[in-house]
Design a protein around this ligand. Sequence first.
Ligand SMILES: [Fe+2]
Length: 216
Amino acid sequence: MNFSRYKIYVQRTCELEAPFDICEESSNDWTHFTHLHRKAIVGYRLLNKKGLREVFLYKARVLYPLPFYDHYVIFRNYEPQQNGYKNVYLNVRTGQLNYLSGYVIQKGKSSLLMADYLFNMSWYWRFFPGFFLWVFRRRMRSVMDEDNQWIYERMKQKEPYSNKACAPVVPEEYDLFKDLFKDDIFKHADIRMDDYSKETFDGKGRFKIKETAPLP
Ligand SMILES: [Fe+2]
């Protein structure tokens, strides 16, 4: 056991009186995050996608309207057998990992929206588990209220649903690197400066700087 960390497992279950297919779509569609859940999810940028695996850069607001944010790289895998996905959250500031396994289960005319969370927290959180759950619930409540409103609108809708207007097109394969790194990228700099050093071995186990480029 690592006493400097405090691992919190939260299992969240929401039994929602709504059809399975609509709930499953709402749970798995990340393209709605930044416009529907903009209070909680400030940024959710696709970095890479291949088959069932996706990588995102995620900027999360800890608790609206407070100006505290966490940044994560998320490795997400769609898991068809659980009608959901598994996420690993790498906190880019602390290097710590959180985990999520989300799944949707049909229960008669209702759906069980379930999620197992494992939060890797600092040691002092062991004194405030109730406060942690309060923050978690408060944040999730606003996200769930927004989802529920969307699900309700879907349930009222007769014709096939289309969210093309606001959802980005997500190709099967995607690589932000290919998208960004152009061969002429360095030509777009406003200024070019050179840094140069000539370093020779001094024979006493060290390198010595002989020459450097002058400052512009
Ligand atoms: Fe949502």
